[in-house]
Design a protein around this ligand. Structure first.
Ligand SMILES: [Zn+2]
Length: 102
């Protein structure tokens, strides 16, 4: 007897991370605005263009040139410079991760 098929389908948090947001970090773009960029892409030399989280779902996603992205990780960028879409996606991912653990 198995209980697997009776389970409620809840999106599971990714392995090794409580939230998808852990895969992204804030960086300054063009010295003026902060976006969340995928760590895997930031840590590699390729690709030359990096897609911020807010552009991932767009049909014609704008990528940011690596040289225009700040080298320093921002822990908590000021609201005035923080991309609202990236901020929303991070909050949503964290909320989803919390629900998945309940
Ligand atoms: Zn953004």
């Amino acid at each position: 007897m198995t209980t697997l098929k009776h389970r409620i389908r809840v999106p599971e948090p990714r392995r090794g991370s409580l939230s998808r947001a852990a895969q992204y970090e804030w960086r300054l773009f063009l010295g003026a605005e902060a976006h969340l960029y995928p760590r895997a892409q930031l840590s590699a030399d390729w690709p030359p263009m990096v897609k911020p989280w807010c552009e991932e779902k767009r049909p014609a996603a704008r990528r940011h040139e690596r040289s225009a992205i700040g080298a320093e990780r921002l822990l908590s960028p000021r609201v005035a410079i923080r991309c609202p879409v990236c901020g929303h996606l991070k909050r949503a991912a964290n909320a989803e991760a919390r629900c998945g653990q309940a």
